[in-house]
Design a protein around this ligand. Sequence first.
Ligand SMILES: NC(=O)c1ccc[n+]([C@@H]2O[C@H](COP(=O)([O-])OP(=O)(O)OC[C@H]3O[C@@H](n4cnc5c(N)ncnc54)[C@H](O)[C@@H]3O)[C@@H](O)[C@H]2O)c1
Length: 441
Amino acid sequence: MASNIQIEIGKGKLGILTPVMGAVHTTFMAGVISIRRGLSKPVGSLTQMGTIRLGKRTDNRNPMVKDFVPLADLNDIVFGGWDIFTDSAYEAAMNAQVLDKDLLNEIKDELQEIKPMKAVFDKHYVKKLDGSHVKQGGTKMELANAIIQDIEDFKKKNGCDRVVMVWCGSTEIYIKESDVHSTIEKLEEGLRNNHEDIAPSMIYAYAAIKSGIPYANGAPNLSCDVPGIVELSKQTGAPIAGKDFKTGQTLMKTIIAPGLKARYLGIDGWFSTNILGNRDGEVLDDPENFKTKEVSKLGVLEHILEPSKHPDLYKDLYHKVRINYYPPRGDNKEGWDNIDIFGWLGYKMQIKVDFLCKDSILAAPLVLDLALFLDLAKRAQMKGIQEWLSFYLKSPQTLPGLPPMHDLFDQLKKLENTLRYMMGEDLITNLGQDYYEEDPE
Ligand SMILES: NC(=O)c1ccc[n+]([C@@H]2O[C@H](COP(=O)([O-])OP(=O)(O)OC[C@H]3O[C@@H](n4cnc5c(N)ncnc54)[C@H](O)[C@@H]3O)[C@@H](O)[C@H]2O)c1
């Protein structure tokens, strides 16, 4: 299928900038460095390990994704970021206690060189954090301009050809979309007047997108998911994707729920609870910050199961999500799901899931894939919301009124077909009738 998409070949270095040096971000950076040095494998990354089928099943064309589309090479990536603490990436990774000390010490030289720039931060939005490495004074617009300047300086200093930004920062308090977010003019006015509904994650998003830089939002904050910012992304040609990395319990949910629905099994209730002890868990221990996460997690089942279309099966589903801060576990989360289901004639059954996962290990490859695909999208002149990246996100950003797709396998098909489309290959519908048609004489 011919597409009109022309993809510029990325030459030179790609800067991946993230507001923060937290657990996810340092696990991502340390991971890429150790993969570059041949110490580890990029497990969990579709861009690095994935293959993609092209043409008919009998054609045997299954290239690696990274050989099929022109992605940046891992050796061309340069890292940078902002944080409210002065710790280098090495110290921050040590504090996060996700990766083995031995591995971190082996790549200490490179990690130590990555030092955060001063953050745009306001405790009002993340009650449980306090830090001194913060830009002082000025309006929110002045702070946004300071980030724009930081990006320019980073590009120059590191000789980067291109830059992308991925928010891996803390979850902020719940903010409802309001009038100030509705147009770019109102948003810019709000930035000049320090409007309370503009949180730091939105200031970073504005700065990146204003500069035409691709932006992904790994947390459930509004950030780039408001009409004013979407409008800006179309004006400046920046591809954007949000929100909230799909890892852990929600990943499991979007694997299991489509399967139950495919077999038309009913669900009475889905109770999800988990314990985690990292800084993210501490931040989410505050009810106002948890509320933002809760909204992002709760939408998933509703969209997959579509109770209004299947009232007999899902109308009364009781869905509850709990996150409990429990320091002894650190980044090693344990998530329990109790699913009350029913089958033929309404007979009841239960499914129990106990997922002992490592949050940042699941999230790090998503940072890499989102950054590489957004850079590809930018070079393919794809601007605005990139719904094909929903695969990575818990609460996918779509156009207003367009229901998001949550089923992981639908999302994968969408992603793969987008890559085929970009490269002028036939889309795969899985119809497969042609294999069974008799050869015309
Ligand atoms: N780990 C996962 O599986 C996962 C999944 C989905 C979403 N997330 C989200 O990703 C984000 C990061 O998670 P984490 O485990 O790395 O958390 P973390 O607490 O280890 O790191 C967050 C970092 O953000 C910094 N920060 C906060 N506000 C900032 C600001 N305004 N500017 C600069 N830095 C700022 C903090 O200092 C901290 O270093 C969280 O919002 C989390 O909810 C994580």
